[in-house]
Design a protein around this ligand. Structure first.
Ligand code: AMP
Ligand code: MN
Ligand code: MN
Ligand code: MN
Length: 279
C-alpha cells in the first residue's frame, strides 16, 4: 500500500480528471492521497460525485509564491477552502495567473515568437492557465521541438516567460493556510536550485512563519538527497511529507504513489492530517 500527497488533476495542469486520478490511484494501490492543484481547490467542488471507495483523501492545493526572489511552491493540507481568508487567497492567485498570462504572451512575442497573443485571446482566461499551456502552444505551432525545449528556452526559471512577481507573498500564503485550519508544507525543496546555505535560510524562515512540514521526498530521487533533506527536516523541526508531483501517466520519475521511500525514523506529515471522523 502506498501514499501520495502531491498530484495534479485537470483543475490545473494535470491530464486526469479527479475521478480518473482516483481510478489510477486504485490501480497503483495508493490508499491515502491528496489532490494538490496549483492555486486551486476546484478539483474538490464535485467531490460528492467521486467514487472514493476506501481511498482516504486529504484536501489540498499547491500555492505559488516567492521568497527572496525565488519562485517557490507551498502545499496546503486540510484547510477549509470556504474560509474567507482562503477564498481571498485563491481569488488573488487566480487574478495573478490571468495577469501573468497576458505578460507572458507579451514577453514571448518580444522574443520573436509569433501568434502567442492571438492564441491567448482565442483561448480566453476563464479556464486555469499556466506555463505548460504556453509550452503546448509553442510545440503545436512548431516554434519549439518539445515541452522540455519550451521551458529550457522560454519559460523556465530566469527565462523571458518566467514572470513571478505577482503571487501572494510567503507570509500571506502561510497565514491563509493556517487561519483556514490547514497545514503549510514546503513543496519539492530540491527544485529551486538553492545553495545549501540558502535552503537552510528558507527553511528557517518558513518555520518561523508557521510552516509545519517539507517534502523530504518528491518523486523518485537519489538516496543521498533523501537522506540530506531528511536531516534538514529533523533539524528544523518540520514534519516530512512525500508526493510524486504526478501530472500524467507514463512518467517514471513521477508516477503516482511510486516516489522514493521516506527515511524510516522521521516524523511523518500525515500523522497531523485530520481523520474522516473529524470532518
Ligand atoms: P506555473 O504554475 O504556470 O508557474 O507553471 C509551473 C508548472 O510548469 C509546474 O508545476 C510544472 O507542471 C511545469 N513545469 C515546470 N518546469 C517544467 C519543465 N522544465 N518541463 C515541463 N514542465 C515544467
Ligand atoms: Mn504543474
Ligand atoms: Mn510545484
Ligand atoms: Mn506540483
Amino acid at each position: 500500500m502506498f501514499v501520495d500527497f502531491h498530484m495534479h488533476s485537470t483543475a490545473s495542469d494535470g491530464v486526469l480528471t479527479p475521478q480518473q486520478l482516483l481510478a489510477h490511484a486504485r490501480t497503483q494501490q495508493v490508499h491515502h492521497l491528496s489532490i494538490t492543484d496549483h492555486d486551486s481547490f476546484a478539483a474538490y467542488e464535485q467531490r460528492t460525485l467521486w467514487d472514493e471507495g476506501d481511498i482516504r483523501i486529504t484536501v489540498g492545493a499547491e500555492f505559488s509564491t516567492q521568497w527572496s526572489g525565488v519562485g517557490i511552491h507551498v502545499l496546503a493540507y486540510d484547510c477549509d477552502p470556504q474560509a474567507p481568508c482562503m477564498q481571498d487567497l485563491v481569488k488573488h492567485q487566480t487574478q495573478a495567473r490571468r495577469q501573468r498570462a497576458l505578460r507572458i504572451a507579451e514577453r514571448l512575442e518580444k522574443q520573436g515568437l509569433h501568434g502567442v497573443g492571438e492564441w491567448l485571446q482565442q483561448r480566453g482566461l476563464e479556464r486555469y492557465i499556466g506555463r505548460p499551456d504556453f509550452a503546448r502552444y509553442l510545440v503545436e505551432s512548431q516554434q519549439v521541438k518539445n515541452i522540455q525545449q519550451a521551458f529550457k528556452k522560454y519559460l523556465g526559471a530566469g527565462k523571458a516567460g518566467d514572470v513571478k512577481q505577482s503571487w501572494a507573498d510567503l507570509e500571506t500564503v502561510i497565514e491563509a493556510i493556517e487561519q483556514s485550519g490547514g497545514l503549510a508544507v514546503l513543496a519539492h525543496p530540491d527544485k529551486y536550485k538553492l545553495t545549501n546555505a540558502k535552503l537552510k535560510r528558507l527553511l528557517m524562515h518558513f518555520k518561523q512563519l508557521g510552516g509545519r512540514g517539507m517534502e523530504v521526498v518528491s518523486g523518485r530521487q537519489l538516496p543521498d538527497r533523501t537522506e540530506y533533506l531528511g536531516r534538514l527536516c529533523t533539524q528544523f523541526e518540520l514534519y516530512a511529507s512525500t508526493g510524486s508531483d504526478f501530472h500524467e501517466p507514463g512518467k517514471a520519475w513521477c508516477e503516482l504513489g511510486r516516489q522514493s521511500a521516506l527515511p524510516s525514523q522521521i516524523a511523518r506529515m500525515e500523522t497531523l492530517f485530520k481523520t474522516t471522523d473529524e470532518d
